[in-house]
Write a new protein. Sequence first.
Length: 272
Amino acid sequence: MVRLSATSRAIGHGVTGVLCALILIPMALVALTSFKPQPEVYSALPWPTEPTLDNFRRLFAVSFDVYLWNSFGTTILRVTGQVLVAILAAYAFARFEFCFRGLLFSLVLGALMIPHSLTMIPIYIMVVELGWFDSWAALIIPNLAFPFGVFLLRQHMMQFPKPLIDAARADGASHWTILWRIIVPNMGPAIAGLVIVAFIECWNEYFWPLLVTDSDHMRTIQIGIRRFLDSEGVDSFGPLMAGVTLASLPALLVFFVLQRRVMDTFVSSGIR
C-alpha cells in the first residue's frame, strides 16, 4: 500500500475542495435565486433578502405540474423496465450455455458503440407506425433495452460464487428462485449504480421526448423549462431558476439515497 506524504494529502484535499466548490457554488446560486423576488434577481447578493415562493407559483401556473408528472412517471417506469430487462438478460448470458452466446454478447457490446442519434430516426418511424407517437409508450418502450446495464450486471454475475448456486440447485431451487432470492439480493451495489445511471440519463433526456411528443400534456420537464423560457423571455429569470431547481432535485435525491450502496463491497452484506 502506497502511503502519501502529508503534503501530497493536503494538495489532494485542496484540489478536491476546489472542484467541489466549482460544482456546488453554481447549484447553490441557482437554488437561492429561485427564492428571490423579481427586483432582487439581478442583485449582487447571492441570497434573497425577502424570500418568496412567487417564482414557483408562477411556474406551476403554466402546467409545470404536468411536465413533472410526465417526467416522474416515464422515468420510473422506464428505469424499472431497464433494470428488469438487464437483470434477466445478464443472468442468461452469465449462467446459461447456448449457441452463439459469445456472438450475441458481442452484439450487445457493439450496441454500446452505436450513437443514439444514428438509430433515432428508424426508431421514430417505428414509433409512428405503431401508433405510439405523443404517448408514454414512445418515451418508455423504445428505451427498455439498456446494453450498458446488461454488460454491467453480467460481469457481476460472472463473479458470483458458484458454490452458492450449486448448493441452491442441489436443494431443488429453480433458476428463477436462484436469480431473485440469491443473486439479486447480493447485487445491491451494482443495481444501485445502474439505477443512478439510468435515472439520470432518462430524467435529463431532451431530444427524444421533443421528437416523439407534440402536445403539452405529454411534454417532460426538460422541454417544459425550454418552452417556459421561450414563452416568457429572459425577464423570467427567477421562475426559470425555480424550474431548474425542481428539475435537479430528483436526480440528486436518487444519487444521495443510493450512493452508499454503490460504495459497499460487492456481495459483502449477504455472504459474510
